[in-house]
Design a protein around this ligand. Structure first.
Ligand SMILES: [Fe+2]
Ligand SMILES: [Fe+2]
Length: 403
């Protein structure tokens, strides 16, 4: 068996990559091409990069239905710096007896001699590259000779390259251009769906105004108004209990961002980012939007503040050990101006005066409601309830400022 090993950031994967791989497969009679998106260490991740799970997913979409390709998450799964020597070794163990061909771009090829444990790489795989032009071709052939003196086997193939690069594509996307012909259709759809590479230069500077525009486009009118009301209420409660009012406001805007996306889309983004739902969660579709929402604001909107992400993540179930911000957002969702249920008055009074009593009331209300409907209860909610009940027993109620 002859296997082509083709690694790269694939940010995003495009038809130039696929063309190169297919040409090598045809010319060298390869049976399979392994596409291996590389893990990028956090300190090297630039703001415009797509998260690893999305790059992986785009590779999968790009070659769906094409039996020549297989997408491997071997490096992303490892989740740290990967050395090509280790990757090749693992592949050779997975496919005993297979002959491996490492496919590299021209620039990459010209550095191969300096790679970590080059001799091992050279032993494990035949090194393949395609020149960019005639001048480049000479350079590659010369360099191949020096590598061969160190025991490598090299194949330089004159493959006409497509004039595409991931950098050009990212710029086109951020300029709103159509990518037809540059990437497989499924990849283009995916990029649009998640708004990847959009305004990639100012991704980190999104402000509340922009967040409001984003949710306006994603939510029904009713839910949009609810979100703004929760934001107001969260800010108000944050001031009462000593959480950051700005953060609380932002969390309120974003807390239901995935709620109207549809169950399938919620599950999709959850699995795209490698989150595995446990058995209870699988049966609690009501909490999916909170998990999906946390993923969305972290990975798609580029929010880095863990407390803010958690306050979206736990706004439906709550959990033991909640921060003040998490509690504030949880309670704001219960008591925002648009809310209208029999106990809302009591709940609002409690939220304004005693955060512990309010949490206990909110949790009891939700749990009773779920039991009444014969619905499962998320263990996080039970843990939160147990914690708050024993805290009240021990210390009485208070306004939460001592926490
Ligand atoms: Fe919600
Ligand atoms: Fe909500």
């Amino acid at each position: 068996m002859k296997i082509g090993v083709f690694g790269g950031a694939f940010d995003p994967i495009h038809n130039g990559h696929l063309h190169l791989a297919r040409e090598f497969a045809a010319r060298l009679s390869l049976d399979k091409i392994l596409l291996i998106p590389t893990f990028i260490p956090p300190h090297k991740v630039r703001s415009y990069m797509a998260p690893a799970q999305l790059r992986l997913q785009m590779c999968r979409l790009a070659v769906e239905g094409d039996s020549l390709f297989e997408v491997s998450d071997i490096e992303i799964r490892r989740g740290g710096a990967s050395f090509t020597a280790d990757t090749l070794k693992e592949i050779s163990l997975q496919y005993p007896g297979a002959q491996l061909f490492l496919i590299t771009g021209a620039d990459m090829f010209l550095t191969l001699g300096t790679w970590n444990r080059f001799e091992e790489i050279a032993k494990l795989a035949v090194l393949c590259a395609a020149p960019r032009d005639e001048y480049n071709s000479e350079k590659l052939l010369d360099y191949a000779k020096t590598l061969e003196q160190r025991g490598a086997r090299c194949i330089i193939q004159d493959i006409p390259l497509l004039k595409i690069s991931s950098t050009i594509l990212r710029n086109k996307i951020s300029d709103g251009e159509i990518l037809e012909g540059y990437v497989p259709e499924a990849v283009e759809d995916y990029i649009r769906k998640y708004g990847l590479y959009n305004n990639h230069n100012n991704q980190q500077t999104l402000n509340d105004e922009q967040f409001i525009e984003i949710i306006r486009g994603r939510l029904t009118q009713k839910r949009f108004e609810h979100s703004l009301a929760v934001a107001e209420q969260a800010k108000h409660l944050a001031k009462l209990y000593g959480a950051d009012p700005e953060k609380a406001y932002t969390a309120g805007i974003l807390h239901d961002i995935m709620k109207d996306a549809g169950k399938e889309a919620q599950l999709q983004i959850i699995s795209d980012f490698g989150i595995i739902l446990d058995n209870v969660e699988k049966n609690l579709p009501g909490c999916w939007h909170a998990i999906a929402g946390a993923v969305f604001i972290e990975h798609i909107l580029g929010i880095k503040d863990r407390d803010l992400i958690n306050s979206v993540r736990y706004h439906t179930t709550a959990r033991a050990g909640m921060s003040i911000l998490e509690k504030v957002v949880y309670l704001a969702d219960f008591t925002s101006a648009d809310r209208d249920y029999p106990d809302v008055g009591t709940m609002r009074n409690l939220a304004a005066t005693d955060i512990k009593a309010a949490m206990k009331y909110g949790l009891s209300y939700t749990i009773k409601d779920l039991v009444g409907k014969s619905m499962p209860i998320h263990p996080d909610a039970i843990h939160a309830y147990n914690e708050i009940v024993s805290a009240i027993e021990k210390g009485g109620t208070d306004n939460g400022q001592k926490e």
